[in-house]
Design a binder for this molecule. Structure first.
Ligand SMILES: [Zn+2]
Length: 447
């Protein structure tokens, strides 16, 4: 081969190497830089792809503790039954226990299941705890955590959430906030029932499992209409509508169940009503939990039956002060009976109860009057403290006289027909209470 020919062959060979190299480089470039869309979707050929990365889980949103909500209390029960330890905390809405009933029913079922299956095993343990997960708008979210140990090798933890609607008075399980599709997806990913549904601050639903929380979109794809409402309240950061307050126990009148042979008892009595100023007196007595005795005139009851009924309804004692306020000592036996009968009929008509206590007008009585009363099964009630309120019409004097002469077992005479007497009542009550007196009705004095 000539020198020129050898050079030409080398040049051709180099040219071929260059061209082939260029072609290969180009093929690599195209293969590695073609757009993503051009590649077939991974899910379309699952058999050809490696196992897809599982969808990522996130941390569950922080809980709020069990003591953060007014009127929601923790009821704790810790017992050992046949060697098994049972420790149960459950939430109770004190003013509206029906709201927490579905949770109580769930926990009761957990407890009976445990009793049926696990209890006999040595070292068996059941622990139920709860936490507040949402408190916004009318919604109160609670998660309940149940952990069961049946023996050294078998333990189980499950959580379940509940959402209370404090306005509608309904409680739904968290899983009912998810669409079926979302629930299935969460169950597949978490490997456990999608029962613990919570919400992020942004209102996104999160299904909590053992390894983390599975996030779902805050849309109707994942949430039922009930779930969407809660999601919106959470993301709008609505203020929590509080749980209803527990009903206040009705205060017992101070004199209820009092033994007047031991306590310093005293009875307030009001004569000649009922009149409109009696209606002003009732709230004062109610405020101080005092029951008094009202000696009513039949004519006044006929004029104000509603006020007589209000006196009876407040728990005061009602006695008979005759129909027309005569001096009974000046009447015949039949006239006395007629005065008392007519008044008693009016009182019974207005209050539903026939009186048996009688206060003779002006305190005027004699052996004959008393024998008429006795024959009727009625008692005469006079007084030990005369405030003379009808005479001086001065509240300060009324208070002074009542406080100065009251002794245990005493009966104070006042008249609810005078506004000045009604004005004195608060001072009489507080003054006597400070001196250790307990107010009772006249019939309680002699019990
Ligand atoms: Zn009178």
């Amino acid at each position: 081969m000539t020198r020129e020919r050898r050079w030409a062959v080398t040049a051709v060979a180099l040219a071929i190497v260059f061209v082939v190299g260029l072609a290969l480089t180009n093929a690599w470039w195209v293969r590695t830089h073609r757009p993503e869309a051009a590649s077939p979707p991974v899910t379309a050929t699952p058999s050809a792809s490696p196992t897809p990365e599982p969808e990522p889980l996130v941390s569950p949103p922080p809980t709020r503790g069990t003591t953060s909500i007014d009127n929601l209390t923790d009821v704790h029960d810790s017992v050992t039954e046949e060697g098994a330890s049972i420790d149960i905390s459950e939430p109770k809405a004190t003013g509206a226990s029906q709201l927490t009933d579905p949770i109580a029913q769930y926990i009761a079922k957990v407890r009976s299941d445990f009793a049926a299956h696990a209890k006999s095993a040595t070292g068996a343990k059941l622990k139920v705890a709860w936490d507040v997960i949402t408190a916004t708008g009318p919604y109160l979210g609670i998660t309940v955590n149940v952990s069961t140990v049946t023996d050294a090798d078998h333990s189980r933890t499950e959580t379940k959430s509940f959402f209370v609607d404090t306005v509608k008075g309904e409680t739904v399980e968290g899983q009912r906030l998810l669409t079926n599709a979302a629930r299935d997806r969460a169950t597949n990913r978490l490997g456990t029932a999608a029962e613990d549904v919570r919400f992020s601050d942004a209102g996104e639903p999160l299904v909590v499992g053992h390894e983390g929380a599975y996030p779902l979109p805050a849309s109707d794809e994942a949430l039922t209409p009930a779930g969407l409402k809660i999601s919106k309240a959470v993301s709008d950061k609505e203020d929590f509508a509080p749980l209803p307050a527990p009903p206040k126990p009705k205060p017992k009148p101070d004199g209820d169940g009092v033994d007047c042979s031991k306590a310093k008892c005293i009875a307030l009595t009001f004569d000649d009503g009922p009149v409109p100023s009696t209606s002003t007196l009732l709230p004062i007595l109610r405020k101080h939990h005092v029951h008094a005795t009202f000696f009513m005139l039949g004519n006044s009851v006929a004029a104000h039956p509603d006020i007589a009924a209000a006196v009876a309804k407040d728990g005061h004692a009602i006695g008979n002060h005759t129909m027309t306020h005569p001096q009974l000592t000046k009447l015949s036996n039949d006239e006395i009976a007629s005065e008392l009968d007519r008044a008693a009929a009016q009182i019974e008509k207005a209050t539903g109860k026939r009186p048996t206590l009688v206060r003779p007008p002006y305190g005027a009585q004699n052996a004959r009057v008393l024998s008429v009363l006795r024959s009727r099964g009625e008692s005469s009630i006079l007084w030990s403290v005369d405030t003379l309120d009808w005479k001086h019409r001065n509240p300060a004097t009324t208070i002074k006289r009542a406080l100065a002469s009251s002794k245990p077992g005493g009966i104070i005479l006042m008249h609810d027909i005078h506004p000045t007497s009604v004005q004195a009542v608060e001072g009489v009550i507080t003054g006597l209470k400070e001196r250790g007196f307990t107010f009772v009705t006249v019939d309680q004095l002699h019990r």
